[in-house]
Design a protein around this ligand. Sequence first.
Ligand code: HPA
Length: 245
Amino acid sequence: MSKYDPGKTPTPHNSAKAGDFAKTILLPGDPLRAKYIAEHFLAGAKLVNTTRNMLGYTGTYQGKPVSVMGTGMGCPSMGIYSYELINYYGVENLIRVGTAGAMTEDVHIRDLVFGMGACTTSNYPDLYRLPGSYSCIASFELLRKAAEAAEARKLPYRVGNILSSDMFYNPPMPAAGTDWASMGVLAVEMESAALYSNAAYGRANALTILTISDSLVTGEATTAAERETSFTDMIRVALDVAEKL
Ligand code: HPA
């Protein structure tokens, strides 16, 4: 259980009051996705944050209080919101729900990927000033529940390492599959290393659940309809986890 300081709320980035967030939160990058999740999946959702339009809501799922809030893109943005949620609002379980690019040939568009670990090109975890490199890892409890939920729903999923990149528009890279992929890294996104290192520091539980929106190897990309279906599958799995916490 994390020790948190509700005296620091509201914050410059979050107008919610102490007690406004549930112990479990879903974190999409896009605040309009947070709105969509609140309106379509939660009962009685109440808007609790509007600062910078980073919409945050709290409602219930199968009777359990659950929150959802956008994080923005990249480790610095995820870093701010998740740090405050953990250390000032007392949120204990943080589940990022997002999209990623496949880095290996055997990861396909629409696949669900659970980030067991997050490598990074960001400096974020290093700023905790450890005398070496910190391994950003997911909560085993959340990961196990997510795998069970995907199995119960008969959804194909992969568990492994992901990359939190600081760049989306990378300059010409080594041929796809020759760098991170050579170490078995499945997919690239931009936020999990900040989420996982903050969760470790604040003694919270974190997990990233991704759907593959495009492939850096084959150039394939999901259609709008496919994105919708895989998004719904991902949210259902995240909420199955939330329900069991
Ligand atoms: N890079 C970083 N983040 C992403 C990508 C990508 O190719 N696709 C979806 N999210």
